[in-house]
Design a protein around this ligand. Structure first.
Ligand code: FES
Length: 251
């Protein structure tokens, strides 16, 4: 280590279910340079101080969405959060809030995967279409309607930020609602009525209490709170349409 190299303390929440009754803190001293992310700090720990530390990562460039952690209590992508911004204070790293911890910084995301599947995250054609009919064409306005909501990287920071998901894990939550909305407003899609059943359900958007922290922590500016709010409006319209039309509901 060079004379000028700085050292920062990283406090990590550890949990190995085969031997730990409860998660507990462990502090490591990590030499760092100003270009090192929190993820690189955690990788230093694994490479040089404790090889049993578990965490997820892949791209190291805020694309894959796998490195989400609570960093000093805020849901953050560890690959785009820098140690220099905390020095000389200690930085605290914990598993994402509101998810069961599998091991150290790795959380169980099965419930989220089930939510993703439930929203049917693919285009359901309005009518059968043959290959000979060629590609779907869209206007720039039609693309604009959903493009923002298609930028989600499933990093789950919004779920760690959502107090309602913390209270009720069956709530469909921000990211799944944003993706649901992405397909519902796509001009090529005809699956809105099916997806609205979920929006209107007990697990649906009215669980949201409009805190808006989900959109604040989103690293891709997807604005899931906006998707939730638009679906509250859609759901209310659906409810009243039932009284006005024989079949009712939004199409
Ligand atoms: S490692 Fe891929 S988003 Fe951080």
């Amino acid at each position: 280590m060079s004379e000028n190299q700085k050292v920062i303390e990283i406090e990590v929440l550890r949990y190995h279910p085969e031997k730990d009754k409860e998660p507990h803190k462990q502090v490591f001293e990590v030499p760092f340079t100003d270009d090192m992310s929190v993820l690189q700090g955690v990788q230093y720990i694994k490479d040089y101080l404790d090889g049993s530390l578990s965490f997820r990562w892949s791209c190291r460039m805020a694309i894959c969405g796998s490195c989400g952690m609570m960093i000093n209590g805020e849901p953050s992508l560890s690959c785009q959060t820098f140690l220099r911004d905390f020095y000389p204070a200690r930085v605290r790293v914990e598993a994402l809030s509101h998810f069961p911890i599998e091991r150290d910084l790795v959380v169980n995301i099965e419930g989220f995967i089930e939510k993703l599947e439930s929203i049917q995250p693919y285009i359901i054609p309005k009518e059968p279409r043959t290959l000979a009919q060629g590609e779907y064409l869209q206007t720039p306005e039609q693309l604009n309607a959903y493009e923002q909501f298609s930028s989600c990287i499933n990093c789950l920071l919004c779920y760690a930020a959502c107090p309602q998901f913390g209270l009720n894990s069956s709530f469909i939550g921000p990211a799944a609602t944003a993706l649901l909305h992405r397909y519902n407003v796509d001009s090529r899609d005809g699956g809105k009525a099916e997806r609205m059943e979920l929006v209107n359900s007990e697990e649906g958007v009215f669980n949201c209490t409009a805190v808006g922290y989900c959109s604040e922590v989103c690293p891709k500016q997807v604005d899931p709170a906006n998707a939730v709010n638009q679906n509250k409006t859609n759901s209310a319209a659906d409810y009243f349409l039932r009284f006005l039309t024989p079949k009712g509901g939004a199409k």
